[in-house]
Design a protein around this ligand. Structure first.
Ligand code: NAG
Ligand code: NAG
Ligand code: NAG
Length: 206
């Protein structure tokens, strides 16, 4: 065998037989991938079909309330801490992750307190309790004359807004964003440090 011809053989790219085998191999891979994708898609549309998360406010209580009325100068100083126990239910077969969120305490349309809700996750098929404590420190509202009349009347209306958003991700293929919003209107009775007239509205967007 001379050098020239052996080189020529080496230069031939592929025998037709080898080419055919590679095509078969490619076909099988494509088919397997298709089947896997199909199975994942079916699972994604059935067992793992994203279901809506639900939020519930279990209770709200006052952990601290101090009101000092200065009737001579028509001023009031109010310190109040409200504990809200809420929980989020995740009915999905995978966990739900939420971003850093917040709860706000509002008084007559004005934000008077805020508490961060650090990012976290809610395990599959479970309910996660979340307790938030919102505090109003007196000095923030000194100038509000309406607070004086509310305190005099013995009932101070507040609103607590909690918004938690994140996503449910299934096999890293389907990512569904969610936002749970809870808005509770309530009244703090000064005389007996209780909460009355609590009305909560829930909104969930999946
Ligand atoms: C409200 O809280 C602040 C700081 O914690 C305190 O200095 C103030 O005396 C409190 N006011 C009342 C009315 O208790
Ligand atoms: C939330 O508060 C409730 C009642 O006050 C308590 O039973 C529960 O353990 C608290 N949950 C968390 C996560 O702190
Ligand atoms: C607290 O006081 C308010 C009004 O002053 C009253 O409506 C409410 O029933 C009282 N709550 C309790 C638990 O005594």
């Amino acid at each position: 065998m001379d050098v020239e011809s052996s080189k020529a053989i080496a230069m031939i790219p592929e025998s037709p037989k080898k080419h055919k085998r590679r095509n078969v191999c490619l076909g099988v891979t494509v088919a397997v991938n298709l089947v896997i994708s199909l199975v994942l898609l079916i699972l994604g549309l059935t067992v793992f079909k994203p279901k809506q998360l639900t939020t519930t406010v279990d209770s709200t209580s006052i952990s601290d309330l101090k009101v000092s009325l200065d009737t001579a100068r028509l001023r009031v100083r109010v310190n109040v801490s409200l504990d809200m126990d809420l929980s989020i239910k995740n009915p999905n077969k995978v966990s739900a992750k939420y971003k850093d969120s917040s709860a706000f305490l509002n008084y007559r349309g004005q934000v008077v307190g805020e508490v961060p809700i650090p990012a976290g996750k809610i395990s599959a098929d479970s309910t996660k309790p979340m307790n938030v404590t919102l505090t109003l420190v007196a000095d923030r509202l000194l100038s509000d004359s309406q607070l004086f009349s509310d305190a005099m009347a013995g009932a101070i209306p507040f609103n607590i807004l909690t918004k938690i958003s994140g996503k449910v991700s299934i096999f890293n293929l389907f990512k569904v964003k969610f936002t749970c919003t809870v808005r509770c209107d309530l009244v703090v009775f000064v005389s007996n440090s209780t909460i009355g007239d609590q009305k909560c509205k829930y909104k969930t967007k999946l």
